[in-house]
Design a protein around this ligand. Structure first.
Ligand SMILES: Cc1cc2nc3c(=O)[nH]c(=O)nc-3n(C[C@H](O)[C@H](O)[C@H](O)COP(=O)(O)OP(=O)(O)OC[C@H]3O[C@@H](n4cnc5c(N)ncnc54)[C@H](O)[C@@H]3O)c2cc1C
Length: 384
């Protein structure tokens, strides 16, 4: 299929990424899933090969690459397995906060190291008591001289167990009239140092995406210099809203890639599996299920590719991205269930990729804003 935002250069980039993944990642992937962790060397290698934040300006070590390269990266990592997508979060979700809202000094300090694998970044919004209702967070940062004193707890943080660089969402003003005007973003920089009062909590035991680390982060009288405030105090909520378009688009791109992969492996399987003296691909039920899934995937792919083009040209497509996020992730979950069914008993066995895909996909309708919250946004933007 012609994809309007991809040029020959993107395909060359894809080829070299795939070559790296085939040689250095795929042979170890099952072990990383069993370890519930990707090794540090994976980040370092991605950095050495130019796969970390390639969109950054050259002065910061990037390649000025457009979002099409991020799409290629997201797709190729997802094809191997959702669990190795932590660098995608770093590239397209966390480091853009520094690039957009950081001071010149902050950018010079942190951006070059985000391309080398020195920084494993995370964004910490969710707390044990609140996820969807961001304005209800309890983590506070109180100014004391040249430092913020931070207290609170974050949970479900992607890259959290290995992170050394946290974009922390917290309240700097508990007296603000509107709760969302009290939210600020503060960088907890633990790259080459221990940060007093900051520690990792439990590494969380997830049902899927095993090689991705997800953890609790704990702040107890944690001292962070005031110069680590990102952008203006009290503007954190607006910064998050601005960046969520890209975050949710990357989730839709991941869901589409996963759905396509699940269909591909299922088509292969039904062709070779025999029952009642013929290939199960010859049963009308199998053909109809495959035809239905192929149709939905085609519709989703057309929609998401169109949104990628619009996003790349700087359009405000918050409503459409919310639509794509809920629809593609719901669709991919249904595809996972149908594909597992077509695998019969083998689909339930861990040796078969569909079993892992079935475990990995459900969270996509929950993280980056639940699908219910996507519908709240769509309805609100329709004036309801
Ligand atoms: C693997 C994983 C990785 C994650 N990574 C990160 C990360 O890197 N950083 C981070 O900050 N967070 C992360 N999260 C957290 C994730 O974004 C939240 O779990 C999500 O936003 C939902 O919040 P919650 O779990 O508190 O659910 P709740 O907000 O308690 O929601 C529970 C249910 O109520 C529904 N609900 C809530 N409000 C409404 C409403 N107004 N209308 C209708 N229904 C509603 C929800 O849709 C959901 O079905 C991650 C989570 C997981 C599991």
């Amino acid at each position: 299929m012609e994809r309007p935002f991809l040029t020959e250069s993107h395909e060359i980039f894809r080829k070299s990424l795939r070559k790296y993944l085939e040689k250095e990642v795929i042979p170890h992937f099952e072990q990383w899933e069993a370890d519930h962790q990707v090794p540090r060397s994976y980040w370092k290698q991605l950095g050495e090969l130019g796969f970390l934040c390639p969109w950054l300006d050259e002065e910061f070590g990037g390649m000025n690459a457009d979002f099409g390269y991020s799409v290629v990266l997201g797709e190729e990592l997802e094809k191997v397995g959702t669990g190795i997508s932590g660098p995608g979060i770093h590239n397209d979700i966390v480091m853009p906060y520094i690039n957009s809202y950081g001071s010149e000094e902050q950018k010079k300090k942190w951006l070059p190291r985000s391309t080398t694998g020195d920084i494993i970044s995370s964004v910490a919004m969710t707390e044990p008591g609140t996820g969807s209702d961001l304005a209800a967070i309890k983590t506070t940062a109180v100014r004391e001289g040249d430092h913020f004193i931070i207290n609170g707890e974050k949970t479900f943080i992607s890259n959290g167990y290995t992170t050394n660089f946290v974009v922390l969402v917290c309240k700097t003003n508990s007296t603000a009239k509107a709760a969302h005007n009290s939210i600020s973003l503060i960088v907890v920089d633990a790259i080459d140092q221990d940060v007093p009062g900051f520690r990792k909590g439990k590494k969380l035991n997830k049902m899927g995406q095993h090689s991705a680390d997800t953890a609790e982060l704990i702040f107890e009288d944690c001292r962070v210099p005031v110069e680590n405030l990102l952008g203006e105090e009290g503007k954190g909520f607006y910064y998050l809203m601005e960046k969520l378009q890209q975050e949710r688009l990357t989730v839709a791109i991941g869901a589409m890639t996963a759905a396509e992969r699940m269909l591909d492996i299922t088509v292969e399987y039904v062709k070779q599996r025999q029952a009642f003296g013929k290939s199960i691909s010859k049963f009308q039920n199998t053909q109809f299920k495959i035809a239905e899934m192929a149709t939905q995937i085609k519709i989703g792919r057309t929609f998401v590719d169109d949104l990628i083009v619009k996003h790349m040209s700087g359009e405000d497509i918050v409503t459409e991205v919310s639509m794509a996020k809920w629809w593609t992730t719901d669709m991919a979950k249904k595809v996972a269930a149908e594909c597992m069914q077509l695998h019969g008993g083998y689909g339930y066995m861990e040796e078969y990729e569909i079993a892992r895909r079935y475990r990995d996909i459900p969270i996509s309708s929950i993280y980056a804003g639940t699908n219910e919250i996507m519908k709240v946004i769509i309805a609100k933007n329709m004036g309801l």
